[in-house]
Design a protein around this ligand. Structure first.
Ligand code: SAM
Ligand code: SF4
Length: 335
């Protein structure tokens, strides 16, 4: 990774990775992520695709080398492929190393080939179960078969896939070995994610919370796991699984194991910049973006915000009130 970023935070970390939530809307209602009756932002508050492109371009000029589109569900944003086509010019110009996205897979059948044409090389697909009935229960609105067809289309288009699975007690803890065998059998990496207390949802998170240390201990009864130094620039710690020959990553946001090397910032679909997923501090970039046609004000606002990037986060599920430490939903900042 080249670190020629002009954005260096107070702890010496170069900001080279930008995650952009292009919409807060989604065609699923995963129980740990959203309440069933979500109130979405009025359309006028959203950045237009042109504004998103301008914002991303300024970040790329300032040193961002990897860009991830997320949401909500990025592929349900109207005309999203227009933005992907626009951003792909930075790949062609060599000013961006990677353009990728995190998706629930529901629209992949439609878009996989076009994504590959735009220079997208790998994507993350979120999937918590291989059982259609359980899938419908966890996503409330999702249809597993459609996601499976999307995954097939993406593999056929030559995209590399990483399956992201949220580890949920009482839901998929016993199924994770099977999901891993399936993913590795199809040449896909897999990452398991600990639930994060972000946003009010309808379920009790303290019951769902499954520490990955416990999951790993269970897996080690069935598989030989070897720690490997594999890095994707993200917070996952990887092991190689002898029996499948595949890679499994663990993301444990509740333990402070990755803040020291955090190279990322996030923007929401309204142009709010979050310097840390686990903190409330944010900077509005929409006002400077809209204040003038030039990018000077925007660039200054970004520089000022980076000086406020905190050293780390402090997620807690408050056991007395059972309320999340951070009130915004994951679908706002996109994880
Ligand atoms: N809709 C896309 C998807 O599901 O991949 C992208 C956005 S989604 C918010 C990004 C990731 O965040 C998904 O892998 C999802 O499982 C994860 N996620 C959502 N809420 C979470 C929570 N409370 N704790 C941990 N992971 C969460
Ligand atoms: Fe939608 Fe992704 Fe949240 Fe599920 S996790 S509700 S697919 S944004």
């Amino acid at each position: 990774m080249k670190d020629r970023s002009s954005m260096i935070d107070p702890f010496g970390r170069a900001i080279t990775y930008l995650r952009v939530s292009v919409t807060d809307r989604c065609d699923f209602r995963c129980v740990y992520c959203m309440a069933e009756d979500m109130h979405f932002l009025p359309k006028r508050d959203l950045l237009s695709l042109e504004e998103l492109d301008r914002l991303c371009t300024v970040f790329i000029e300032k040193g961002v080398r990897r860009l991830r589109l997320t949401g909500g569900e990025p592929l349900v944003r109207k005309n999203i492929m227009h933005l992907v086509h626009q951003l792909s010019r930075h790949l062609k110009a060599g000013t961006l190393d990677e353009l990728t996205l995190t998706t629930n897979g529901s629209q992949l059948e439609r878009f996989a080939a076009e994504l590959a044409d735009c220079g997208v090389r790998r994507i993350n697909v979120s999937l918590d179960t291989l059982d259609p009935v359980k899938f419908h229960a966890i996503t409330r609105w999702g249809v597993l078969d459609k996601v499976m067809r999307g995954i097939d289309a993406a593999l056929a288009a030559g995209l590399k896939i990483k399956i992201n699975t949220v580890a949920l007690r009482g839901f998929n803890e016993l199924e994770i070995p099977e999901i891993m065998r399936w993913a590795h059998g199809r040449g896909m990496d897999m990452t398991v994610i600990e639930t994060m207390p972000l946003g009010e949802v309808d379920v009790d998170r303290t019951d769902q919370y499954l520490p990955l240390s416990e999951l790993r201990a269970n897996l080690e009864r069935q598989f030989d796991l070897t720690d490997i130094p594999y890095k994707t620039g993200g917070p996952a710690r990887y092991v190689e699984v002898a029996q499948t020959g595949g890679r499994l990553g663990f993301i444990t946001p509740l333990t402070h194991n990755f803040c020291e090397s955090c190279n990322r910032v996030r923007i929401t679909c309204t142009g709010t910049l979050y310097m840390c997923l686990g903190q409330e501090d944010a900077a509005d970039l929409r006002a400077p973006l809209r204040a003038s046609e030039g990018n000077e004000l925007l660039s200054q606002a970004i520089d000022e915000a980076i000086t406020r990037k905190p050293k780390g986060h402090d997620f807690v599920i408050d056991r007395r009130t059972r309320r999340p430490a951070v009130s915004r939903h994951m679908s706002v900042t996109g994880g």
